[in-house]
Design a binder for this molecule. Sequence first.
Ligand code: GLP
Length: 242
Amino acid sequence: MRIICAENYEGMSRQAANILSSVVAMKPDCVLGLATGSTPIGTYQELIKRYEEGDLDFRRVKTVNLDEYVGLEPTHDQSYRYFMQSQLFDHVNIKVENTNVPGGMAQDVEAECRRYDEIIASMGGIDIQVLGMGHNGHIGFNEPAEEFPMGTHQVDLAESTIEANARFFENRDMVPRKAVTMGIGSIMQARRILVVVSGEGKADIVEKAFRGPVTPKVPASILQMHPDVILVGDKAALSKLL
Ligand code: GLP
C-alpha cells in the first residue's frame, strides 16, 4: 500500500485528483469507480478545475458509483445520483449515458443488483475505485457484518450510519433505512483503489482498518489484501497510522 500524507483537506483533494487525472490521461476511455460522502467533494472540485483549464477530457470516460439509497428518486437532493450530477458530472464533458449509479427506485431490487454487476463486467472492470470510509469502517455501504459480501446487494444501514448521515436530511426519520451497494468482491476486483480520508474523526478507524486484523467487522480492513491501494489522507486522519 502506498500512503500519501497531505497537510490538510485541500492538499488531500489535490493529491487524489492528481492520481485520478493520471489515470484519465493514460487511458482516456478508463472506467472510474466513484464514491459519495463529503470526503471526495474537494477531489471532484479539483477535477472540474482541471477540466475547465483544458487539462482533462472526460469525453470517453465511463463511471460506476458504489451505492445508492433505496427509495430515493434520482432527482432527490440526497440521492447519490443527484450528488454525482451536482458535484461532478454536470460540470465536465462526461456523457451521462456513460455514468452509472445503482437504481434506488427499482421494483425488483435483486434484478437491479444483477444488472449492476453485469454493467461492471461489460465495461471490463474498474480501473480505479475511489473509496471514502465510514466511521465504522464501511466502504460503499458495506456495513460491519459476519462475512464479506461479494456482488451488488441490498443492505440495512447500520444505526451509526443513519445517525452520521442524518445531518444531510431534514431529520433522522427522513434517512432511508436501506441502500444498494457494490459488494466487497466488486470493490476488490478494481485494478487500483484510491482511499481518501480526512479529519481526526477518521484517525481511529484508519488505524483499525490498515493495521488491525482483516475482518468483516471492519469492512475496509479487506483492503490490506488488495495489491494496489493508495491511501491519501490529511495529517489528522493519518495521525495514528504514521
Ligand atoms: C456514506 C457513503 C460512503 C462514504 C461514507 C463516509 O455512508 N455511502 O461511501 O465513504 O458516507 O462519508 P464522509 O466522507 O462524509 O465521511
